[in-house]
Write a protein that binds this ligand. Structure first.
Ligand SMILES: Nc1ncnc2c1ncn2[C@@H]1O[C@H](COP(=O)(O)OP(=O)(O)O)[C@@H](O)[C@H]1O
Ligand SMILES: O=P(O)(O)O[C@H]1O[C@H](CO)[C@@H](O[C@H]2O[C@H](CO)[C@@H](O)[C@H](O)[C@H]2O)[C@H](O)[C@H]1O
Length: 450
């Protein structure tokens, strides 16, 4: 490829305006970019295939502002069959494609991380004391995610942040803090990829043979619904013991984050401000999803019940905890992805929060796991009763497990209820823009809180 990197990516911007909205990690769901501009472009490899790195700026038009995305673009004269699905468009006579799908180009990233060098303004730095093996086969991860990850052999997983933001990266910082506290509930940090302003990628040990919490929990629900005249405790795939151990693991993570990064007691005026913020989040959600309106009084009452709350403890927490952020390894539960809520601004994400926020997230997730199989099916009272029984049983087991290490979350009923409702409202907005077929899950939950 003979064109300068910036010109090469600029040649692709019309194609990108079509391609970006089809990507799972594109945040402004439903809006086609009005314009795509190139903020930074660099060539990481000039061979054939060539590898371009770019930060592009998506202008959503109508005063909606811009969003920056990180792209890795492969360039070849022709796309072989195994990359046909990855095509983006054309740069001159060549084909441009999503490079994370190309093992040949991704193995270059592993070599760069192992070398610790700086290439085209990007630093590839192993974490202190880590020796990175090279020569491992790269493969893209086959799951839907907010970013894009590549696995190397069975040893490392590199997450490329699709919307890198300036300042310290929360995922990296919290992992380092947990490592300092000796946490056994995280995958070890391996390397960080950064430019002058942005953290672009984060590599960790790949936990081979780990089962995703969501997959394990929903397998248990499937077993139960197939035996709908048995109680959850009588079915072979009962999940309650695992839910309990997961509760313990989450409490350990909270204890270690508190030890490494400290805790604060919220003064009364901060509680008032936090309640106002909950209401403001609800206002924004109501404006986006009209179906929420019937639940407004219930949710506002739960928020108002917090006004007199005294001495609430806040600290760094996971921030977006659900079963999909947990992995069950042979030695216990591990939490992943400490970036915080994908829809929150970087400033909101770094704030200290009540640990009960994570507990509320997990409790909501047990509800999701129990009910997602019934979403969009004919109402069946028996199946619904069994699914709700599964949710109750596992929610209770999770809280009991948490209480083995930290305090019992159920002793803070008003706060937990308000945070669960806030999370359900967040989920309504998330589902409305990402998975409208699942919108009924958090809406039905709001109905049951009534
Ligand atoms: N250390 C790891 N070991 C094994 N699998 C992992 C690891 N980290 C992430 N994964 C897998 O990658 C998926 C996406 O990771 P995650 O950090 O949640 O990315 P995103 O921020 O894009 O949602 C997870 O659901 C899990 O299946
Ligand atoms: O994993 P992400 O950081 O991208 O989190 C977002 O997407 C999640 C869905 O993948 C979403 O979680 C919601 O759906 C889950 C089931 O798919 C469920 O277990 C969670 O309880 C529910 O909140 C998450 O809210 C969103 O931030």
């Amino acid at each position: 490829m003979s064109t300068a990197p910036r010109h090469a990516v600029a040649a692709l911007t019309d194609d990108l305006a079509e391609w970006l909205p089809r990507q799972r990690w594109y945040a402004a769901k439903g809006s086609r970019p009005e314009r795509v501009g190139v903020r930074e472009a660099a060539q990481l490899s000039a061979g054939e295939p060539a590898l371009l790195h770019a930060i592009v700026e998506v202008d959503l038009g109508g005063g909606a502002g811009t969003e920056a995305y990180q792209l890795l673009i492969g360039v070849r004269p022709d796309l072989p069959e195994h990359l046909a699905h990855a095509g983006i468009g054309r740069i001159g006579g060549d084909c441009a494609y999503e490079a994370t799908q190309d093992p040949e180009l991704m193995s270059l990233l592993l070599r760069l991380m192992a070398s610790g060098e700086q290439t085209a303004g990007i630093r590839w730095t192993p974490e202190p004391g880590v020796q990175i093996a090279t020569g491992l086969r790269a493969r893209p991860i086959g799951v839907e995610q907010s970013n894009t990850s590549v696995i190397f052999g069975d040893q490392y997983i590199l997450k490329l942040f699709r919307r890198p933001s300036p300042g310290p990266n929360r995922d990296v910082e919290l992992h380092r803090a947990l490592l300092r506290a000796g946490s056994a509930q995280i995958a070890q940090p391996v390397a960080v990829v950064e430019s002058d302003e942005l953290v672009l990628g984060f590599a960790q040990t790949f936990l081979d043979n780990a089962a995703e919490g969501w997959a394990a929990a929903t397998a248990s629900v499937r077993d139960l619904l197939a035996e709908a005249d048995l109680f959850a405790r009588e079915v072979g795939g009962d999940f309650a013991a695992e839910a309990g151990r997961l509760g313990e693991a989450v409490a350990r993570v909270h204890r270690d984050l508190a030890e490494s990064m400290g805790v604060e007691h919220m003064p009364a005026d901060a509680v008032v401000a936090a309640v106002a913020e909950l209401h403001a989040r609800l206002d924004a959600a109501l404006a986006k999803v009209p179906e929420l309106a019937e639940h407004e009084p219930l949710v506002r009452a739960a928020f108002d019940a917090l006004r007199g709350l005294d001495g609430a403890v806040v600290q760094q927490v996971h921030g977006d905890l659900h079963l999909g952020q947990t992995l069950r390894t042979t030695s216990g539960w591990v939490l992943i992805d400490f970036e915080g809520e994908p829809m929150a601004s970087p400033a909101e994400r770094v704030r200290t929060r009540s640990p009960l926020r994570d507990v509320a997230g997990m409790l909501r997730s047990f509800d999701y796991a129990a009910l997602h199989l019934l979403a969009g099916t004919e109402p069946d009272h028996q199946l619904l009763t069994r699914a709700l029984e599964w949710a109750d049983r596992n929610r209770a087991a999770f809280c009991s497990g948490y209480a083995e290490v930290g305090g019992d979350p159920r002793e803070h009923g008003a706060l937990l209820r308000a945070l669960e409702l806030d999370k359900a409202v967040y989920e309504v907005v998330y589902e409305a823009s990402h998975r409208p077929d699942w919108l009924g899950i958090p809406l039905a939950a709001l109905r049951r809180y009534g």
